[in-house]
Design a protein around this ligand. Sequence first.
Ligand SMILES: [Mn+2]
Length: 259
Amino acid sequence: MSVPARDLHRVAVVSDVHGNVTAYDAVLADIARRGIDDVINLGDLVGKGPRGSECIRITRDRGMPTVRGNWDAFIARDDVQPWEHAQWVRDALTPADRSWLADLPNVHEIVLSGQPIRFFHASPVSEFTRVFTPTTEAEHRAFVEQTAFTGDGQVPTIVGYGDIHGAYLAVDYGITVFNAGSVGNALDGPGAPYVVLEGTLAGPGEDEPPGHVGISFVRVPYDVESEIAAAEELGMPGVEAYALELREQRYRGSAVSTS
Ligand SMILES: [Mn+2]
């Protein structure tokens, strides 16, 4: 009988880069060092940090599957932004950057080891609907709901998202939920976090159950002071709040959004 290819394949998952090129470069170098080619981006490429356009260029050049974050959506949508920092972020993007952001899909799906895995920025409801770590069965089930936002593909056994800037893993009720954390604006500790998924591209054989998917959390140190200096040099409004977030992982930004 023929045996399907069972080589392990690895996929890196990054999220919430937020214009922080220094952290993004460090994470992508770490991913490359591990020999991983596939990278999925869970959105919020822009805002909070100064170099959104460069983050978009890096992401597009690599052809990374990317879903739309809340910042991506409102920065791309509104000519006039509600506060100075957001206006500055928008004005620093090219028209091509903005239309690329606006056209991003809201969900991305892959299969590893025969398990459907779904990715979105914040929740299956929208990129603006924030959810934290699930504990109850109902909360776990909410992550795999089929909505107008996610479509009606296979019900996932694993869900990955970003948005809350805090990495975690919650496994229960047959549903695995992970948060990739924020590469560019982590609020759960120093460094730039991301996730590596490992499984087979081939599904299980007939009459075999789905295989296992490995989930690893990585944190990469990067030069925070050099990133803050870049933001200062570019004259980014709100640089003091940005510096506090990067140095101390303490949110002190605008009252409009916490992440
Ligand atoms: Mn974010």
